[in-house]
Write a protein that binds this ligand. Structure first.
Ligand code: ZN
Length: 196
């Protein structure tokens, strides 16, 4: 299953905007090939980036099996702790894609769990400690992130991903990162890694 170049180009266009966009993805058949396309009705633009939080996040009314949102080039190029925990908690979400200046993140959790607010806070804090390590590899909030696309330290990024998977193994959490360089090699198509 792929997200094809048409959708990818639209997402790249929105990456340059100072807010995030959120959309549900749906399976469609084209030339006997299944691919993921925007569910246009669900398209939501976030608020303008807030100077303090640098988030500019959007709120979805409902989630489908495949959800996608962007982190603009002015914000973090990796998933937030909320992004990560959402996949672990929400039964409806099968895969969550986060499109950023570094590339595309694919999040998955096979074991969903309802968490009370104390557990939620605990997990958010523990996840945050791990994802803070991304900032040690590349400085936060750099609009120049795109320039580093070709020289991303994938090994370092992957080792942080393995820490997240270990911490969230109760949820059977998986995180896959694909850089723009790799996506360019596939003619700007993004191939979904099926995790079951
Ligand atoms: Zn996010």
């Amino acid at each position: 299953m792929i997200i094809d170049d048409m959708s990818i180009n639209t997402l790249l266009y929105y990456l340059e905007h100072p807010y995030e966009v959120c959309v549900n993805m749906e399976k469609k058949l084209r030339n006997h090939e299944v691919f993921l396309d925007f569910d246009a009705e669900s398209w939501t633009n976030g608020s303008e980036l807030n100077d303090q939080t640098k988030r500019g996040s959007c709120k979805m009314k409902r989630y489908s099996d495949y959800i996608l949102h962007t982190h603009s080039i002015y914000s973090r190029a990796y998933p937030s702790s909320e992004d990560i925990l959402k996949v672990c908690k929400r039964k409806t979400i099968k895969y969550s894609f986060i499109v950023t200046s570094w590339g595309i993140w694919q999040l998955y959790a096979g074991n969903k769990s309802v968490l009370n607010s104390a557990d939620t806070s605990m997990y958010l804090e523990q996840i945050q400690k791990i994802i803070d390590k991304y900032d040690k590899i590349y400085p936060k909030y750099t609009a120049i992130n795109k320039i580093t696309m070709g020289s991303l330290k994938k090994k370092e990024l992957n080792s942080i991903s393995r820490l997240l998977e270990k911490k969230l193994s109760n949820f059977d959490f998986k995180i896959v990162f694909t850089s723009w360089k790799e996506i360019n090699k596939q003619n700007n198509n993004y191939e979904l890694t099926e995790i079951f």
